[in-house]
Design a protein around this ligand. Structure first.
Ligand code: MD6
Ligand code: FE
Length: 221
């Protein structure tokens, strides 16, 4: 018997252990799940943004988004005057988006499995960058082809208040604090719930400075 066997032991609790919180039907937060990989994630984001810089997209209504975005994976989420869509090419460069790093895909798969969604294989990772004051208004994520797959959302850097509403835009959202290393997983009955990010407070994070970064993994194609 070798020590390698212990690498394959399951998590003590297959639903994320005692650092998990249900935030809605089929939705939960895994506290600190990404912490041990945070600096590897940060390094990978630096490589991605060298190839596909953060940019402020324009909404179909003509407003410049305050959140800066880029992508990795075979599909990237983009918005312009003609609407929202997933595109295999970065419209700024005409080239494919950077490949999804293994550390990203493995983290997303493990987090989804811990939340009760085994076999998650994301093909798209939207990377959001927030400066203090930046917000993301209530929206649904509904441009993905297969709505049976969950969304896995990793928070890094400054803390944020995640607004988690319901099936209707008018449903009053819960306020869920997302700290560095926390992961939210979303699926099943809440897959199309409205959600957003409240304006980011000032701060200076030891790893990332005056910023919040968010990775949202999807199966888009
Ligand atoms: C953010 N997140 O946390 C924005 N969408 O910066 C999202 O819009 C989101 O966190 C779907 C599921 C989880 C999310
Ligand atoms: Fe979203």
């Amino acid at each position: 018997m070798t020590l390698d066997l212990f690498d394959n032991l399951p998590e003590p609790d297959s639903r994320g252990g005692d650092r998990s919180e249900a935030i809605g039907p089929g939705a939960m937060v895994l506290r600190g799940f990404a912490l041990s990989r945070a600096s590897a994630l940060r390094d990978a984001i630096e490589q991605i943004q060298a190839e596909a810089p953060f940019r402020h997209l324009v909404t179909p209504g003509g407003f410049r988004m305050s959140v800066a975005m880029t992508n990795c994976g075979t599909l990237g989420w983009v918005s312009d005057e003609s609407g929202y869509r997933y595109d295999p090419l970065d419209p700024d460069s005409g080239r494919p988006w950077p490949a999804m790093p293994a550390v990203f895909a493995e983290l997303a798969r493990e987090a989804a499995a811990a939340a009760g969604y085994p076999g998650f294989a994301p093909d798209a990772c939207l990377i959001n960058r927030y400066a203090p004051g930046t917000r993301l208004s209530l929206h649904q994520d509904r441009n993905e082809r297969d709505l049976r797959a969950p969304i896995v959302s990793v928070s890094l850097g400054l803390p944020a208040v995640f607004l988690f509403g319901g099936a209707r835009r008018a449903d009053r959202p819960a306020r869920v604090r997302m700290a560095h290393g926390d992961i939210a997983i979303w699926g099943g009955p809440s897959r199309l719930f409205y959600h957003g990010i409240a304006p980011l407070s000032d701060g200076d994070h030891p790893l990332l400075g005056p910023l919040r970064l968010n990775l949202t993994f999807r199966k888009a194609g």
